[in-house]
Design a protein around this ligand. Structure first.
Ligand code: ATP
Ligand code: MG
Length: 570
């Protein structure tokens, strides 16, 4: 390719809407352009990168025995009603009607379609296992599309689905997919962790997310510094500590005038914050109703809303407002507690049950209880579970090592779906005994565009993108510094032809821009190897050979350039 013919314009300024570096660099380097919020065109260089990632995914999927197919993006409402997700998916689902007023959605994912497709094709256990995938645009009307390709509304996804005869077979496929995913992200040059994850709205029993470590990541994760333990915050646990020493004081109600916050009360009562039993009211939202519930955690802990939401099996939960708190507890905020609380479900974090002689609100303005021993004093029908966030003072649940906390961007996820969709959509097969059984399913997604952006997020400097060679749009750029000098042009053209002959992905900057502009553009776009042909080439038959990733800059005899390129790209 020649730069003079390339459909590519670079920009000097950061676009105003870009909050993170990958968004800014992908726009500035002319890889993508926005059409509408969260909707982008991929220009030739960006499309090459995206296709390289897609091809790595294809190679690894095919190697793991998956088969590629392509399904429709437009999907009828009836299928989504059958799976029960027409409502659950809420506003993220883009819905539309045809001329006959029939309702459809633009696919955010394909469980409904593929399960229906497969159920009509398979007969017996001999047709299983099956592992099918596609690479295709997905549509999700995200509340806040942002960060460019990281959270967009139209985005390219690899989605795969496995159909297995039983749990054991699913486990095997799941492991193969887990390994294939690790190979994909390693080949894309990413620093990532596979973390235990919540299986979310898609449902199912077990899941891992592949997280690229990045300060700008939207997810929080923790991993052990000493072993392979890694989990999303909503799944993370820690080594259990035993607090209960069995010494129980008398329960007493005492006046705490105007002391509402944990700090105020703990200071006033001279009780450490971890013995304060914090009670919060949440509103849980369901398909047809909503309810208010209370949750108690130790004062030094934070509620993990996803753990709580899962226990509640709610579509969503949020902290109740003052009015709702009063409605549920008949008590102003600051003095709520579980003792004597009626007509509202109480969820209690497991660590609270270990407290001796704690303090909590007494359900009367300006009063708290002290000498609280939850095992003795809390209502019997409390629901106990792990509802708190892991914190820096916690230790690894596997090896007692120190935990590290990082932010990450999810680029892929593998789920064990079980029979959730096969039962709803009635996808069955005949087993060896001739009995009908629902298939056991798994599903496996990779955000192709998000992977591209995450790579830029990890690989950049003040001059621009530094593409890992596996996904760079071209591997080598040849820059003749002065195109008016025919000798320089001749050498550049010859080297260009020689590289093409060797199937090297090369681009020749044959424009009449100043050398400085050409260098800046090459660095912004992030080609791994830059070869500069200038007066030194004429004088000494050498070229300037620069490696973008390491900043290494060497002078190489012209005739050795090709050999060196081949060695680097190997
Ligand atoms: P998130 O939690 O970030 O919204 P998700 O868990 O809903 O993502 P999945 O349903 O697991 O996403 O989709 C598979 C992959 O698709 C994700 O791992 C991610 O890489 C990508 N993806 C999901 N939503 C988006 C989006 N809005 N823009 C770009 N990529 C996305
Ligand atoms: Mg996910």
């Amino acid at each position: 390719m020649r730069v003079s013919q390339l459909f590519n314009k670079t920009l000097k300024e950061d676009p105003v809407e870009a909050e993170i570096i990958s968004h800014s660099l992908l726009i500035r380097s002319g890889m993508i352009r926005k059409l509408a919020p969260g909707v982008f065109s991929y220009l030739p260089l960006g499309w090459r990168v995206l296709n390289k990632i897609s091809n790595i995914i294809r190679e690894e999927m095919n190697r793991a025995g998956c088969q590629e197919l392509m399904m429709p993006i437009i999907q009828p409402k009836e299928l989504w009603e059958q799976s029960g997700r027409w409502f659950v998916y809420g506003k993220e689902l883009i819905r539309l009607k045809d001329r006959h007023d029939r309702e459809y959605c633009l696919s955010p994912t394909h469980e409904e379609v593929i399960t229906t497709l497969v159920k009509n094709e398979i007969k017996s256990y001999k047709d299983l296992p099956l592992n099918l995938y596609q690479i295709q645009n997905k549509y999700r009307d995200e509340v806040r599309p942002r960060f460019g390709l990281i959270r967009s509304r139209e985005f390219l996804m690899k989605d795969g689905y496995s159909f297995n005869r039983n749990e054991e077979s699913l486990n095997k496929t799941y492991e193969e997919m887990y390994d294939a995913y690790s190979r994909v992200f390693t080949r894309c040059g990413l620093n990532f962790r596979a973390v235990e994850a919540d299986s979310g709205a898609i449902g199912g029993s077990s899941s891992h997310e592949f997280m690229v470590l990045a300060d700008t990541g939207e997810a929080s994760l923790t991993y052990c510094k000493s072993c392979d333990y890694a989990a999303n915050m909503e799944m993370a646990t820690h080594e259990k500590r035993h607090y209960d020493n069995g010494i129980e004081n008398k329960l007493e109600k005492i006046i705490t005038p105007d002391k509402k916050s944990i700090e105020e009360v703990s200071e006033f009562l001279n009780i450490s914050p971890d013995l304060m039993l914090k009670t919060l009211v949440y509103k849980a939202i369901y398909e047809n109703n909503e309810k208010l519930i209370c949750i108690v955690v130790r004062g030094n802990r934070e509620v993990n809303e996803i753990k709580l939401k899962n226990e509640l099996k709610a579509i969503d939960i949020s902290l109740a407002d003052n009015e709702e708190v009063f409605k549920a507890t008949k008590t102003p905020i600051g003095f709520i507690g579980p003792i004597g609380l009626e007509n509202v479900e109480i969820f209690v974090d497991e660590e609270v049950m270990e407290v001796n002689n704690g303090a909590t609100g007494a359900l009367i303005e300006d009063y708290h209880y002290i000498g609280v021993n939850p095992k003795r004093d809390f209502p019997r029908d409390c629901i106990i579970g792990d509802f708190h966030n892991v914190d820096e003072f916690d230790l690894c649940p596997k090896c007692s090592g120190t935990l590290n906390f990082k932010r990450g961007t999810e680029v892929g996820q593998v789920f064990k779906l079980g029979k959730k969709y096969s039962e709803k959509l009635d996808c069955k097969f005949l087993d060896e005994k001739g009995e009908n059984q629902h298939v056991t399913m798994g599903c496996y997604g990779i955000g192709v565009g998000r992977t591209m952006a995450a790579s830029v997020e990890q690989n950049n400097d003040e001059r621009g993108i530094i593409w890992p060679k596996a996904i760079a749009p071209y591997h080598v750029i040849i820059i003749p510094v002065n195109v008016k000098n025919q000798d320089i042009i001749n050498i550049a053209e010859e080297l260009y032809k020689n590289l093409l002959k060797e199937d090297i992905e090369v681009i020749l900057d044959d424009t009449d821009e100043r050398a400085g502009v050409k260098f800046a553009n090459a660095d912004l776009i992030g080609y791994p190897i830059k070869i500069v042909i200038g007066s030194k080439t004429l004088e000494n038959k050498t070229v300037d050979f620069k490696i973008r990733a390491t900043g290494e800059e060497v002078i190489v005899p012209l005739k050795e350039a090709l050999g060196k390129i081949k060695r680097i790209l190997l």
